[in-house]
Design a protein around this ligand. Sequence first.
Ligand code: ADP
Ligand code: ZN
Length: 754
Amino acid sequence: MPHTVQVAVNNATLHFDKLYTYRVPPELESKVPVGGMVLVPFGRGDKPRMAVVLAAGESEELSARVKPLYDAAPESACLTPDLLRLVEFLHERTFCTWYEAVKTVIPYGAQYRPVLQDGRPVLQKQLVRHTQPQYRLAAPLPEKPRPTPTQILAVQLLRDGPLTGEELQQAGVSAAVADNLVKKGVLEKEQVDKTLDLYAHIPLTNETITLTDEQQAALDALLPALWAGKPHAALLHGVTGSGKTLVFLELIRHTLELGRTALVLVPEISLTPQMIRRLKENFGSRVAVQHSALNHTERLLQWRMIQQGGAQIVVGTRSAIFAPLQNLGLIIIDEEQEHTYRSESSPRFDAHDVARLRAADSGALLLLASATPSVESYYRAARQDRYQLVRLTHRYAGQPLPPVQIVDMRAEAAAGNPEDISQPLADAIRENLTNGQQTILLLNRRGYRTVALCQDCGAALKCSSCSVPMVYHKAQGQMLCHYCGKTIKPAPTHCPQCGGKLLYTGFGTQRVEEELENLFPKARVLRMDQDSTSRKNAHEQLLARFAKGEYDILLGTQMVAKGLDFEKVTLVGVLGIDSLLFSQGYRAYENVFSLITQVVGRGGRAEYPGRAIIQTVSPGHPVLQLAAKQDYEAFFEEEIGFRQLCLYPPFCDLCMVGFSGEKEGPALAAAARFSAILAETARQNWPRLPMRVLGPAPMNVAMVKDLYRFKLTIKCRNTNDFRALMRAVLARYGEEGLPAKAAVTLDFNADGDM
Ligand code: ADP
Ligand code: ZN
């Protein structure tokens, strides 16, 4: 009987992602289990397309229209049942296409692509080469012709031993320079395997950890759940500096003793180096890393190591939640309230949800940790008993939390100080400089932009394809659209609308850096933002230098607010928080409270007490007042009342349906029709489903890349029934041909906009 498979293809759309049946040719018979990656002829012209097998069967008679597969990847590349389950979960919960889910759970390097071989379409691995060039010194540099500075640099760098091409490049020596030196006989080059142990330079210290009484009590409260091996969730609410990491380390130790594995998530790449260091020092080569700053090969090699059981601990950012660890016993989500755990592109998943699924499947302990838990998580722990609540209320070094002073920037301006740095903050920085202590200044990213305002008509210079102002980038001397990447170079001097003169204003890290240089010419200022840390490992290197005391002031965006642990920081300043305070979305206050608490917590962590200064134009704002007191409980009481009153999570789920189309009218009409279909279908089939629909309304950014954008916001319960309803509505929407007017995306994570 002929064998058949049902596959999901790459590049399907939400409206058009059904399973297609193919015939398995005899020569591929053994290679196509469920979860296998295959190449299929698709559409008119039988173009080769990637696909994944989701079901297999046999069929008595096949119509001649069922085509045979082109090729199949080796069985070793097949998705394991665990990974398939994650794919199914993403597909069911986030309304992504099947193949998008596949591409999310396995790294790029483990994926395949179609190529032509002897005119036949076949599969090829995305990554074929796992080697890289390595250079070492072979002979002294000749004095004639006179060596260039980079040549001298290359030789200096290699004096201590061989380096890879990439390492040389990072130090400023290009491959061309190195290869040229090889030609001269100064260097030798060979191809070596890329290294697997990315952090081999971190020594195993075997530190013995002695927990404080409070930490021990927290550990003791959590261990029974770990030992029970049943799914369990807990929230560790510990003030900044209370030693949550130490509790993690002990929990991991116990997990490994049980012969099980552990997964640790951190919210952003800048926080991975510290966590990796702690884990490596304690557990050595049993640690693997998964995050997007690794190159494809590194990521693949780490992934393979995890899959083959070579690592028992994985640390990484959001997508590390898909790491193929077997026998998972512990999942830690540090700084659990961070928005970075929610994906903003398809599949729009929340790492919390995937973690809960994995914990349920493998009987693991899921531990969420934070000094400022999300309102949703704290509600589940403190009000609903769905999470065990464990607290750490004291800082390890016994220091009190830093006192916080609020500076009224309106009063500053009225008193004739037009600068971004207020007088009290400047005084405090000066004092710190004199005492040889360090300062962290947080400049919230939303205030980070310099825009061009017309002095005549008052309009901001906007992108021609998106309804957002363009942002000035000093280094390139250009205006850049942060949504579509369009640039104007050189930056214009006159308004394109009325010809008036443009004034470049704003409030950015670069400008504050200049102000600091004027105020404190001798201070050593380290600026950290996306521009200064785009190079690989730049974070780690810059922070290490700050830790060593090579800088006095660390000035940066949100990335300086969280997790960092430096002894000599005794002053924290918060600049430009107002734009965040008044931003849209129901999480705005929570974000402000959390950001301030986090950054204030960076100070006074060791011997010396710390203090903090917040600059604002609304000093009386209750959220700022509570943040200054660092009273999480009081903040939670306020906020949960607001959420209940206005019906926001955790009292409902939000489903945002986004529409984008080339023509404004038809796109809006399609959104309205979606809403009508929704109402009709719900009335007919799910009359008792609780639901409130708002819109259609334009999105906050109404146009991106020349597409008009609208949204429906649905307050609902994200249940099987609700998702079934949405599937039925999407199907109808597709049948009526509306996707041509406006493409639809669904997002259960969005806070106000997509
Ligand atoms: P949190 O993550 O809760 O803000 P950390 O885990 O970073 O706090 O701990 C704060 C500091 O106190 C770190 O430098 C940590 O090494 C130190 N520390 C906390 N608990 C202990 C302990 N039991 N023994 C030694 N050092 C500790
Ligand atoms: Zn644009």
